[in-house]
Design a binder for this molecule. Sequence first.
Ligand SMILES: Nc1ncnc2c1ncn2[C@@H]1O[C@H](COP(=O)(O)OP(=O)(O)OP(=O)(O)O)[C@@H](O)[C@H]1O
Length: 762
Amino acid sequence: MGCGASLNIEEFSSFYAHYSLGSTPKALGKGSYGSVFLANAKHSSTTQSFAVKVQTSRRTATKKIEHEAKIWKLCASHRNVVHFVQMCQEADIYFMVMEACQRSLFDRLIDHPKWSWEQLAGDLHQLVSGLQHLHLRRVLHSDIKAENALYGGPDGKVLKLADFGLAVYITPSEGPLTRARGSRSYMAPEMLAGEGYAFPADMWSFGVLVYVILVGQFPIGQSKQTKSELTRNIIKVDKEPGRVTNLANKLKRAIATEQGKLDRRQGNASTEVSNRSSSEFQRVLPGPSSEGSVAPEELLNRHVSVQMKRLKVVEFIRLFLQRNPQERSSANEAMQSELFGELQSMRQEHRAMEVDSQLVIINRRALKRTDQKDSPQDLPAEEKPQNEEPRTPVATPDGPESPSTKVSGKTPPAPQTPAPPSGEVPKPPPLRRKSYTSGRLDSKLEDPLAEPKLDKPEPLRRRSFTASALAENSSKGQTLLQVPKGRRKSDVGQTPAPSGSMSQSAVLLEVQARDLRPSSENPEGHEDSLLKSSKLDQRAVPSPPPSRGSPAVAARAEPDDGPADGPAEELGERNAMTKTFSRMSSRGSRMGVRSMLSRDHSGFDLLHQLANTNVRGDSSWRMEESGLEASTLRQSRSRGLNSQVSGISMRSNRSNHRLGEDNDEVSPLRHSEARNSGDQAPAPGRSSGGMSMVEEHSEGPTPSKLQRRVSLGEMQDPSPAGRNLRRRVSFDEVLVMQHMVPLVPNQVQEPQPEQAAEADSD
Ligand SMILES: Nc1ncnc2c1ncn2[C@@H]1O[C@H](COP(=O)(O)OP(=O)(O)OP(=O)(O)O)[C@@H](O)[C@H]1O
């Protein structure tokens, strides 16, 4: 993936030298990666306002921020793309300065869900025009949705594409992309199915967006569906979604009915009919004021006209919601659509739009204000649990507008909709702001091909603590070692667990490991050379002095602290092993980890040693030295805590790829791994692997099953001694290597910039 524009981090000038946020910065919006504020230029003769997206490299990888700016710069010179002004930097805060827009299409949908025919065609034309520009520049937006289209320009009516955080530049020679990115409800089926995707994926999202504008709901999916169900539903759409077909058919029937009424009315005028018709039409055309003394025939005509226009838009949507990307209209083709042709002629003729300006295109009952917090589904994205799913739909896709339905201020009560006839598609989920866009989706995206119904794995026993509780524990010198019933802390890791009883828990050390690549220390990338270098380290590394008065020392004073209370050499040895582990894990691999485990039968003891070292309070040294979890460290430092969450981890070395960072395939293991391990998502920008005991020692029907089995703790000791002894090692204790200590000044050094950059760019 290449990108013509050059933008180096050194180029960024100071933000505050050129702009001011004012004494009380005005927030324009908030996304997954940063907040957007209004800024004023300092040295401008006029008071020129800009929008500035503020992101910290703590939250978002520097590389990602830079990438977004690069791609954006490539295509920002278009009326229908938000203009990119410049990128500034203050310490690790990045400021993307751009033209300020008034509001998003999503906000407009919520606040004023009315489009005149001309407005609707005009807005769609602008979106397609923006997309056409992007695609001509070989930029795939990848996150087309109502939240990412902003109204700007002098009159606030120019619709512009924004948020290039997931955009990709596709070189002409490059094959289709494979790694899913975007907002699930808008994602193209070929993307979710891992079939490879390119520009048509944006056109699918555009089709979904038009449906959302027209209907207020998503075209695919049902209420109460899980994300994996939604993924499956999108993938299995064979032609255009049934809901679109259904909508088109309904509109056709409505037109025929109204046309029949009109014919009857014209042929056989009767007061009774005209009165009834008139009241029916009130539901479609709002407000008696707009009707005035309009004749029933005229109302009927308008109603037919409304339905026909709706039908035209539905037919327009069909151009894009085609399962086969090759059958989908491109942005170029869409520009030639009949819908836009009509718009042109309307504009040329300056046709009176009195009737159309009263059209209610959208079914506004379907829209839900996101600031109403009656239930979790209504919470704004940032307050919602990430795994929450859309729930109860509130309206049928295309029911007539009820005069009692009011959008302003309150969500209208759910209307009594008749049950759909059999064969009709079920009710769709309500439209709401999606929180799982961008890179974070990657770690959540479930393998669409994974077996849907696997037995739920026994939850791993993991202690969770609040930050304050942890800090308190640590400062009291308590360790966070979880000791099984009937055993003392000092026993943990010293004696093999009794065989025969397979525990339902796993004891593992989280290993941030990447693929083993040759390096200067390990030129061939071999296990043996890694071992050699680790032995060398054991001799070379001195024991770090513990800080006086630190929780580390307090922890050491605890009598029940296990074997770490031994003589200084023992401590040095342990630290050397820690160092070895650090080296292996910071640039190590599956092989590296395996070798550590299989050095001798005490390989597992090493893990316990490390665990003890960790809980005994040397964790700061360990982190500092190893460079592990640089971002975690920095994040926790900002909270005044030094934390390390190791916990239980059993990942494939293919896990934890981030969405939107490159074109790697989505690992079919990823979700089951993340779910089953009970572990947290990796820090943004890090690529971590892990112990691949799954693959090393297990052969089974499906990756997900394997993963589950291992997660339940069936772990085989790979060491020869272990095999001779009992073949299996069962763990009946869980080491929770989650440790937080209040920061002691000078105890922990800031990660070096190169180190941090490396962590970010991984
Ligand atoms: N130029 C702008 N003018 C006015 N408001 C803006 C502008 N850019 C963004 N916003 C507002 O800020 C919100 C977040 O911006 P943006 O989408 O770029 O952030 P993000 O972190 O990439 O979000 P996400 O990835 O969750 O979509 C937008 O939904 C919009 O409401």
